[in-house]
Design a protein around this ligand. Structure first.
Ligand SMILES: [Zn+2]
Length: 105
């Protein structure tokens, strides 16, 4: 993913509208690209920070974004593990079905 693409996805990410491969590529880019990380910080302040300030809460933008990125990475990893488990369970199910049919004959 290049900077132009990442910048277009910043708002979507903050609103929680990114998922799958797009989310994974966005996180990978923002972690290594200082410019896009700053872009994320600016949009985060505009979209989330102002709301929090209005409610009187103290905000720690850097910490909140880092926490959010970690959370996204965890979600990506969990989805990946779920996918692997799903495939494994299907394979076991087919194997058992095959055994049952084979033994029944
Ligand atoms: Zn970038």
């Amino acid at each position: 993913m290049d900077c132009k693409e990442a910048e277009q996805l910043v708002e979507k990410y903050i609103k929680g509208d990114l998922e799958g491969k797009q989310l994974k590529n966005f996180i990978a880019h923002v972690k290594v690209c200082r410019n896009c990380f700053e872009e994320l910080e600016i949009h985060y302040v505009i979209l989330e920070g102002l709301q929090q300030l209005e409610s009187g809460a103290t905000i720690h933008i850097g910490r909140e974004i880092s926490g959010r990125l970690l959370q996204s990475e965890r979600m990506i990893r969990n989805n990946y593990l779920f996918h692997i488990y799903y495939i494994l369970i299907q394979a076991v199910a087919y194997f058992l079905l095959f055994l049952i049919l084979f033994l029944a004959v």
